[in-house]
Each structure stands twice: as C-alpha cells, then as structure tokens.
Design a binder for this molecule. Structure first.
Ligand code: MRU
Length: 335
C-alpha cells in the first residue's frame, strides 16, 4: 500500500503523529497519538484542526485503534466520541460515518486501515482538484485577502483556499496575499503566515479590523476563504470573522470566493441558520498563552464560527467544479 505524506499528519501502520499546531510557527513538534482519547484531546485543543484535516485525523485514529485490537463495540463508541469532538465542521462527522459503516460491516483491522488511508489520499486529491478549479479566478497582480488557515495545515493536501493561492503562484502569477490575523486563536498570524513563508508567496499580515480600511484604499481586489460546513442553499460556516470579510467585500464590490471539498457540503442542512456553531472557552478571548490582557472576571462571548449567506458569495470552488449562484439554486448541493 502507498503511504500518503502530509505536512500535518503521518500515519503508517500503528504509528500516528500530528504536527502540533498549537506550537506553530516557532516550534515544529510532532505529537504521537496512541489512543482515540489522545486524538479527541488534540482535536479539541486545535493541535490538529481545519475541517478536512480533523476528518482525516479521526479516521486514522479509529484505524489505529482497530490495529491495536479494540473490539467492534468499543470502536463504535470511540467513533461516537470522535464525531462529537467539534460540532461545526461536517467533514469530521462524514469521515467518522465512513469508518463506522466499515466497522459495522465487520471489516478486519487491516481493511479498516485501508479505508482510513483511502480517506487520507482522497483528501490530498480533492485539494489538487480544488486548486486547479480555483486557479482561473486568480489573475496576475491580484491582492488577495484570506481569513483563518485553509492550507496544508487544515487538510491532508495542499489546502483549499490556500491551495488555490499556491497553484496560482506556482503557475507564475504575480500575486500578493493579505493574511487576516484571525482572532482569537490566530490561525492566520501563526499558521497561514507560516505557510506563505514556506511557499515563498509574498504576503502582509494584518489584524482582522484592518481589512475594511485596506479595501477602501483599493489595496485588496479579491477574497478567498475555506469552509467548515456548506448548507444546501450555499450558506456556509467558517472561522469567526469570515462573515465580516464577505460583507466588506460586498460593500466594496470585491469578489468573495469560498473553496472546499465535497466532504464539507452537508446535504442534511438546508440553510446556514441550521449549522451548529461551536462555542469555545472564554480564556481564548481574554488572553493568549502567558499574555492575559482582560480583567479576569470579564464576561466573554466566544463563538468559533459564523455563517456567510450565499448572497455574498461570488463562486463556490469545489473539487468537481466552481459553482455559480444559479447552480446552487438548481440544488447541486442536495446530494
Ligand atoms: O477552528 P479551526 O482552526 O479548525 O477553523 C478552521 C477554519 O475555519 C478553516 O477555514 C476551515 O476549516 C477550512 S480548512 C480547509
């Protein structure tokens, strides 16, 4: 069997490791995962994160558990626990469901391992297709805004929104990327900036509240983000702050694209109002690591995602093709 490689996760036989994204960009430390519990803790702490990647990581953890001799009944309850680790990214539920079906079919551990590796390889290939489908939307001289991290650290492959940006750069287009810092956990400032440096793509880091000003000065002419769940009507959830970016784009007449694999589309969710939004701990807003800036008793609200309505989206760049509003209205996301 061919063993896939990724900059964020490694899985070969019982050896499962993730790059600890909490420590990036200053430390590149691989964390050994020995049990499904380890993986659940890593997903909850965002040591491994990004909608497609947590789906792949969950599948690998279940396969590792099967290889270690866990019974069918115990595997099924581990699958339930994994699916509940984070509520918004539907990729997690979809990948766990694929593994659950395989477990119920009484596949042996080696066969379950094969299913997890297939999920891993599929995600790499989906990223390639998304990047190719998105490349024509990027033009020479573009100044592109992105939010959060939808790159190789969020997938098993090249990335979704960042995959499109990387493919445009590889094909020789002279582009520049504005990277939103992405409060509160700084996936832009820590992770997207790290990926832009690795890929040698010119970028400028900005804090989240600067995008409107830059747009008013004509410094941004395109925006692209990833997604955690796309509803049937094209509304989608992504990292908190994405909705504000889309509204700003509308006001300034700037195209706003979303890039994602089909595993992010949820045919069970008719519209964005029904997407569950993860609420996270208040400590994430009060400070970061050692730095604590808010009064310790400050009242905090910390939704991790927001929903961008379909009307603000210029195109949905998926692995099959880039969809327009009229495609969505015809019901392409229904199944
Ligand atoms: O909380 P995170 O870091 O897992 O949130 C990630 C995002 O919102 C990404 O933009 C999304 O998962 C798309 S990743 C290809």
């Amino acid at each position: 069997m061919n063993h896939p490689t990724s900059i964020a996760i490694e899985f070969e036989n019982q050896n499962l490791q993730i790059l600890d994204q909490q420590l990036l960009p200053h430390k590149e430390t691989w964390l050994k995962i020995e049990t499904v519990k380890d993986m659940i803790l890593a997903i909850k702490a965002l040591k491994v994160r990004g909608a497609p990647l947590i789906g792949v990581a969950a599948a690998c953890a279940l396969a590792q558990s099967a290889l270690k001799g866990t019974s069918q009944t115990a595997l099924l309850s581990e699958a339930d626990e994994l699916a509940e680790a984070r509520p918004t990214a539907v990729n997690l539920m979809i990948c766990v469901e694929r593994m659950r079906k395989a477990i119920l079919d009484r596949l042996n551990p080696q066969e379950l391992y094969k299913v997890a590796i297939e999920i891993f390889i599929e995600d790499i290939n989906l990223c390639e297709k998304i990047s190719n489908n998105g490349n024509p939307f990027i033009k020479d001289g573009d100044n592109i805004l992105t939010h959060c991290n939808a790159g190789a650290l969020a997938t098993a492959g090249i990335g979704t929104a960042l995959g499109v940006i990387k493919r445009a750069h590889e094909s020789g287009k002279k582009i520049h990327v504005y990277v939103d810092e992405t409060r509160p956990l700084l996936q832009g400032g820590r992770l997207t900036a790290w990926e832009m440096e690795k890929a040698k793509i010119p970028y400028t880091l900005i804090s989240d509240n600067m995008a409107g000003h830059l747009m008013s000065l004509g410094k941004i002419n395109k925006a692209i983000t990833g997604a955690d769940r796309i509803a049937v009507n094209g509304d989608f959830a992504n990292k908190i702050g994405t909705y504000s970016v889309a509204v700003l784009c509308k006001h300034h007449n700037i195209p706003f694209y979303v890039a994602a694999p089909y595993t992010t589309v949820d045919p069970q969710t008719p519209n964005g109002k029904l997407i569950p939004i993860e609420q996270r701990h208040e400590s994430e807003v009060k400070g970061y690591g050692e730095a604590q800036w808010a009064p310790s008793k400050a009242n905090v609200y910390n939704p991790s995602f927001d929903v961008t309505p379909a009307e603000l989206v210029s195109a949905w760049i998926l692995d099959k093709k880039a969809y327009t509003k009229s495609d969505i209205e015809k019901g392409v996301f229904k199944c």
